[in-house]
Design a protein around this ligand. Structure first.
Ligand code: EPU
Length: 420
């Protein structure tokens, strides 16, 4: 039977909560295992559904994935790599597309359907990946329900991304490591997961410079070795817990094992909201605030305000004094969850698919909720935690795609939440 969360809201929250390894870093590191015959050890792997799917993908492609316990995995090629990415896995997470470049670079071929993932944008296209592979010399065939890519030998290329893309940057940077000659990628995404991936590839023998800036240069090498990779802390999880603490506004919450410096845009807006917080080197303390003030937000590529924090911030604004405009610039379906928040008592007007206006503060009330996607899901959990009464949350697979042991960790800071 399907699992649900039952949440009784308005319990005072306080205490310590630890941040896990970053989903969006882990998902980019697993495909790198296809590019070496040696073993790769990955440390601080979050125990989440999307990582399980990525590990299943590695097995389907002929690799062994050993769980060494305590968030450590060892991956090694076992059989000849398969060239088909299985549809049932590709449909479940968008970053399955990260496996394409390594297959193409090492086997000269990849066959895969359009990737799935959260339904937060009209189609979530992969045109910039396909254009990049074509520039590196791959033949790209778009079939009725899939793509077929072939390349005898990939060549380095100069690629200017027409739009900033996180996974696109990561995919072409990774693939270029085994292409012949030099690649220059311009208008790259700068999210912290990108230099983290580049650091690991460089440890394996790649020659990447500039990751974390908008221009990345890669000198192709003949082969890569194995290595060990420690996944960086999940900045979205840390930011989400900070927003939860501010929204609950009931006690001191200490968020541990995180990188506060990856969340500069959140601290800038918290200053304007009047949220009472203190940053340590690897921790964040949120204290009760006298009053939370409304403040507009515009989502932006890193280092701007992350789209992945927008939904949680919208919930915070339902508790703030005044009117805030939430401008979601990256995706056109990420504000749809506002309808559910309105059913819980929020006063939100949807101006258009990219902008909503929140009038706060309002009381929220528990309801029966169905989770539409990962980040809307965690936002609705936050709403339930601060709402009056009981909320029943279903389709929690979407939340478990990205947050490990959420109910347990929330219980530890005083939440009344049960997974049934
Ligand atoms: N886009 C294209 N063509 C492409 C690729 C992207 O038009 O070939 C568009 C997208 O449709 C979107 C924009 O470009 O409108 C930006 O998309 P991007 O490629 O940067 O997103 P992504 O790499 O697919 C990652 C995260 C997302 C996060 C975004 C933006 C991973 C696995 N996912 O997605 O995280 O929202 O960057 O920061 O890294 C999440 O964790 O909940 C999540 C959705």
């Amino acid at each position: 039977m399907e699992s649900k969360f039952i949440i009784n809201g308005r319990q005072p929250l306080s205490g310590n909560i630890k941040v896990k390894g970053a989903k969006n870093a882990a998902l980019k590191i697993f495909p790198v295992a296809l590019m070496t015959d040696e073993a790769i050890k990955v440390v601080n792997v979050p125990d989440i559904e999307d990582c399980h799917r990525a590990q299943e993908m590695l097995v389907a492609l002929g690799h062994s994935v050993k769980n060494l316990g305590d968030g450590q995995m060892q991956i090694q090629r076992q059989n000849k790599t398969c060239l088909n990415l299985p549809a049932e896995l590709v449909n479940k997470f968008r970053s399955s597309v990260m496996f394409v470049g390594p297959l193409l670079a090492t086997c000269g071929e990849a066959h895969f359907p359009h990737p799935g993932g959260c339904v937060i944008g009209a189609t979530r296209p992969i045109d910039m990946f396909l254009d990049g592979f074509a520039k590196m010399g791959a033949k790209v065939k778009t079939l009725e329900n899939s793509y077929h890519l072939t390349a005898k030998k990939l060549k380095g290329a100069s690629i200017f991304f027409p739009k900033v893309t996180v996974t696109g940057t990561e995919s072409l940077m990774t693939t270029a490591c085994l292409a012949q000659g030099k690649s220059i990628l311009e208008n790259c995404a700068m999210e912290p997961e990108i230099p983290a991936l580049a650091d690991f590839l460089n440890k394996m023998g790649a020659k990447i410079t500039g990751a974390g800036t908008s221009t990345i240069k890669i000198e192709g090498v003949k082969k890569l070795s194995g290595g060990e990779y420690k996944i960086i802390p999940d900045r979205i999880e840390a930011g989400t817990f900070a927003i939860l603490a501010a929204a609950a506004n009931s006690g001191e919450i200490i968020i541990e094992d995180c990188e506060p410096k990856h969340l500069g845009a959140l601290w800038a807006i918290f200053d304007r909201n009047g949220v009472n917080y203190k940053l340590g080197k690897n921790s964040i303390k949120i204290f009760p605030s006298a009053k939370i003030m409304a403040e507009n937000v515009v989502t932006h590529e890193y280092p701007g305000f992350a789209t992945d924090l927008q939904s949680a911030y919208t919930v915070l604004m339902t508790q703030a004094q005044g009117i805030s405009l939430i401008h979601e610039t990256i995706y056109d379906r990420r504000l749809l969850f506002c309808d559910t928040l309105t059913q819980m008592g929020a006063d939100i007007i949807m101006a258009d698919p990219h902008r909503s206006v929140v009038n706060g503060p309002t009381k929220l009330y528990g309801r029966k909720l169905v989770i539409p996607d990962l980040r809307a899901g965690i936002a609705l959990v936050i709403a339930a935690l601060i709402a009056h009464g009981k909320t029943e949350v279903s389709n929690i697979y979407q939340i478990e795609r990205g947050y490990e042991g959420l109910a347990e960790r929330l219980k530890n800071i005083g939440a009344d939440i049960e997974k049934i």
